[in-house]
Design a protein around this ligand. Structure first.
Ligand code: ATP
Ligand code: MG
Length: 245
């Protein structure tokens, strides 16, 4: 069974086609980089794949569950790390996680495990309102991992973090994949995508314009020259403001 399957997945917003008939498959244990310019349709795709937003047309399955019809079966099997939200600032990281463990019906033992996994041990009893961005991001990942999801969706997990914390978070992601978790990752950091991803899809204006391993993309787009994933990205999605195209 594939971890993720999207078939002609589409989402319109009042006449704007944010995601336009995209199709792809992600295999179990894979880190799948989902790259694209601002407004390309990445978050919209994640919202559809995680049952938060209904597709206008097309279909998707995650861990074999239809994202519309089998939403309830799907939820316990996936983890989602989005923007900073639904965090109780006046509680500690530990109490936030204990709260969610109860909500999900997860053994409280998991709380210590995920705190260690994301490197929050030592600060777990401090209130969230005293946390830095990097610590908050670690907490969000910990929360996403509490119920041991088979597939983890990470929407820009290292945005705005310092290089050291970003590196730690990349190490956590790589470790999860080693343990067999499938990771669907969006990022604007091309080096990060290159280093972490088994395969990368590039989405532009709702269309997937390339899908391959990072090496494959560089080779294919480089035309004999040695180029970076950033070069590939710009080549496939770059539009000049001046030319207006
Ligand atoms: N709820 C909404 N209502 C109307 N339009 C929306 C809504 N959500 C997204 N869009 C539009 O859909 C398009 C894709 O947005 P989306 O958030 O998926 O982009 P993205 O690839 O995640 O971009 P970014 O890199 O900036 O996060 C954009 O044009 C956006 O304005
Ligand atoms: Mg987004």
């Amino acid at each position: 069974m594939n971890a993720i399957e999207a078939m002609d997945l589409t989402r319109n917003f009042n006449g704007l086609c944010a995601v336009d008939k995209i199709s792809f498959v992600v295999e179990p244990g894979e880190i799948f980089g989902f790259l694209g310019p601002n407004g390309a349709g990445k978050t919209t795709t994640i919202k559809m794949l995680t049952g938060q937003l209904r597709p206008t047309s097309g279909k998707a399955q995650v861990v074999g569950c239809d994202v519309v019809e089998e939403r309830q079966e799907l939820k316990p099997q996936i983890g989602v790390v989005f923007e900073y939200q639904n965090v109780y600032e006046r509680l500690s990281a530990r109490d936030n996680l204990v709260f969610y463990a109860r909500l999900y019906g997860v053994d409280k033992m998991r709380v210590d495990r995920v705190l260690t996994q994301v490197g929050l041990t030592g600060r777990e009893r401090d209130k969230i309102k005293t946390y830095s961005n990097g610590m908050k991001q670690r907490l969000l990942i910990a929360r996403g991992l509490l119920h041991e999801p088979k597939v983890l969706f990470l929407d820009e997990p290292t945005r705005g973090l310092d290089p050291g914390v970003a590196r730690d978070i990349r190490a956590i992601i790589a470790e999860l994949a080693q343990e067999g978790v499938t990771v669907f990752l969006t990022t604007h950091y091309m080096e990060e995508a290159d280093r972490l991803s088994d395969r990368v899809a590039i989405i532009d204006q709702g269309h997937i314009v390339a899908l391959d391993t990072p090496e494959g993309l560089k080779k294919q787009q480089g035309d004999g020259q040695s180029i970076t994933l950033e070069d590939v990205f710009i080549k496939l999605t770059g539009r000049s403001l001046y030319r207006g195209s």
